[in-house]
Structure formats: C-alpha cells, structure tokens
Design a protein around this ligand. Structure first.
Ligand code: AOF
Ligand code: ZN
Length: 366
C-alpha cells in the first residue's frame, strides 16, 4: 500500500541523490531516508565509487532505531559484494517494517534480486513510486550498465537561424556569458567531453570546467584525430592537471608524432580501420571499457553529424541565441545532404526548453 507521505519521503531521497552529481559516476546517484513515527531518523546518499552506498549510510545513522521503521530508497538495494558489502543484508539485519524502492537497479547482477531478497526476509516492499525520476536522474548509468557504452549528449550553441559559426568559422561568442557559464556546469556533470580535431585547430579550447560552484571530479577530454594533427603546443595540453587528455587516432598515424604527444602526457589510442573518420562505435566501446558512463560531444559539425547519422547520440542539448548569422557555408549541427522529405527527418522526443536571459536552452532525446 502506498500512502501520501511516501512520495514526499522519496522526493527527499532524490534530493539527497542529486548531491552526488558530478561525483558518483560511473555508479548511480542514489539517496535514502529512514522514517519512524513521522520522524526522519537516518538519511544518506552514495557520494562516489568506493564510498558506502546510500542505505548503508542512512542505516548507520539510524542505528537501532531502524527496527520497525520505513526505509525509502531511490534505487533497489544491491545484493553483491562489490567495492562495498551488499546493502540488502544490512537492511535485513536492521529489520525495517517496510521498504519503499523507487526504481529497480538495471545492473544485471542486482536487477530484481534485491527486492526478492527483501520480500523473502518478510519485509513489506513497495516498488515503482516516482520511478520516472530515476529514469532521468540516472539516464547515463542506465545506458552504461546495460550496454557498456556511455550515454551521449550532443551540445551546441546556435544562432536563431541554426548556425554554429559564421562562414569564416568565427563562433565567439554566439551565446551570452550567462549561458556559457551554465554550460560549464553541464560539462561537470559528464565523465568526459569529446571534440573533433577541427575544433581544436580552429578554437584551441581548453575544455575545462570553469564555474565558481563547480567542485566535482576531473573530466576526461577526448579528441578524435585520425591523422594526429594535435599541435604539441595546443592550449588543452597546458591543462592536464585538470583532467586527462585522450586522443583517438588511426593505426597508421605517425609514430614520431605519437611519441611526442605521449611525452607531453597525452594518452594516444590507435583504432584499426582504414576509412576516415575514425570508427565512432569503436571509440564508444573503448570509452565504456574505461568506465566512462556519460559523454558530452561539443563539436564540430562533422563530429556531431557522424554521431547523429551513426545513431550514437542519446540526447541533444542546444543553446539558441537571438542572432541571425546566415551564409550558405556557415556550419550547423547536421551537415551533408540532409533528408529529402520532412517525414524522414530526425524527430526528437521528450523535448523541454527554458530561457536563460535572452537565450533559450532546448533539450530532447533521439
Ligand atoms: C545500492 N545503493 O547507494 C548504490 C548502489 O562498486 P560498488 O560496490 O559501489 O557497486 C556499484 C553497484 O552497486 C552499481 O552498479 C549499482 O548496481 C549498485 N549501486 N546500490 O544499493 C547505492 N550506489
Ligand atoms: Zn548497495
């Protein structure tokens, strides 16, 4: 039986889970609240890999009071010995009367087993309330843990007429300072940022997270560079202390250039295959193997087009600014011939939008 207080306590648990944004990945964001006689006697969230899970922290805080209580947790308690002991066993030992689980854990080693084990121990378990909140909060984790590849968000700053730059390649700045600030937080919520070598050669970006409120982990910066054109003096290579730089190239790239970049502290990964551009699906698989659960692709237009056409993108995040740029050769996010008929176009789902000053942020899913 669900009662009206249940959703409020779960909301609190979600509020806690969100505190781990930018830290917990590739683990999920999870929060827990323990209630007894209308009083919160324990709460917690999973802060980062290797740290205790949300329920373990909340149970520890509640101590013996947990007996006969209600435990609210955003994700199904785990059943496995990983970096920490199984949460279900800790829950059973603490003996709450009731456990309210918002979402099952899509991790195949946990899925449904946690709930089954709790029920087998005689605990009343409710599952599914506010589950859609978990689908959004943990969208990266869900894809990564079930498919082994990162959740991919394409990001671009556009003019009202859909241009990412002028015909001469000038793009600084299409969006307002407030929007650019906001986008730094978006970077921080991802495990890695990726660009094509063209963007490095044109803009020489640092791809670091620069925001006063940002205290999260380091972000991996990835460059797709089939011919290893990355200059040894690129600005990004002066920021290695702020996160690793990974370059994907092709097997036949110059050995000497590779050695020079490696000496500068860059990790170079060669992908086999003859055709340019680099096989993007292979890159995604390699990133998944390295525990990268979420990837923000920041351009340029060739890379964005590849990600869309190869169906590797999950989400699109656009900032649109009230300017008109024009120019037939000014780049947009989808290059090439384009579709012949509107009914063949890419239609996004679950679209939402909000303003920042005069700019508009639009996001949607592929
Ligand atoms: C929970 N509560 O707060 C979290 C869970 O590497 P480990 O040992 O931390 O395990 C990570 C896995 O544990 C992760 O993939 C997911 O299945 C589960 N995460 N489970 O009961 C939590 N963070
Ligand atoms: Zn656990």
């Amino acid at each position: 039986m669900i009662n009206t207080k249940d959703s409020s306590y779960l909301e609190m648990a979600y509020g806690l889970a969100e505190k781990a944004k930018g830290w917990a990945s590739p683990n999920p964001y999870v929060g827990a609240v323990i209630v007894r006689g209308g009083t919160i006697i324990g709460h917690g969230f999973h802060e980062r890999p290797g740290q205790p899970h949300a329920e373990a922290i909340a149970l520890e805080r509640a101590g013996r009071l947990a007996r006969g209580s209600s435990l609210y947790v955003t994700l199904e308690p785990c059943v496995h010995w990983g970096r920490t002991p199984p949460c279900v066993e800790a829950v059973i030992r603490a003996a709450p009367k009731r456990v309210v689980v918002s979402s099952l854990d899509p991790n195949p080693i946990v899925f449904q087993k946690g709930v089954r084990r709790l029920r087998a121990a005689g605990i009343d378990v409710t599952v599914g309330l506010l589950g859609e909140r978990n689908s959004v909060l943990n969208e990266s984790y869900i894809k990564y843990i079930t498919r082994g590849v990162p959740f991919v968000t394409l990001k671009a700053a556009l003019s009202l007429d859909g241009r990412m730059a002028t015909r001469t390649g000038d793009s600084r700045w299409i969006s307002s300072p407030e929007t650019r600030d906001y986008v730094h937080l978006l970077r921080g919520e991802h495990d890695a940022i990726m660009v094509g070598i063209g963007t490095i050669l044109k803009d020489d970006p640092r791809l670091t997270v620069r925001h006063p409120q940002w205290t999260g982990k380091k972000i991996v910066r990835i460059i797709l560079d089939s011919a290893l054109r990355l200059p040894v003096q690129a600005r990004i290579l002066t920021t290695l202390a702020e996160g690793q730089v990974l370059v994907f190239t092709m097997n036949r790239a110059s050995y000497r250039k590779r050695a020079a970049l490696e000496k500068r502290g860059v990790e170079v990964i060669a992908i086999s295959g003859q055709s340019r551009p680099i096989e993007a699906p292979e890159v995604m698989a390699r990133l998944g193997e390295r525990g990268i659960a979420s990837l923000l692709v920041e351009g340029g237009s060739r890379l964005l087009t590849t990600m869309i056409e190869e169906k590797l993108a999950d989400k699109l995040f656009l900032t649109v600014s009230p300017r008109l740029i024009g120019g037939e050769t000014a780049p947009s996010i989808l290059e090439g011939e384009g579709v012949r008929l509107v009914r063949r176009s890419w239609r996004l789902r679950k679209v939402s939008a909000f303003p920042i000053g005069d700019d508009i942020i639009i996001q949607g899913y592929f």
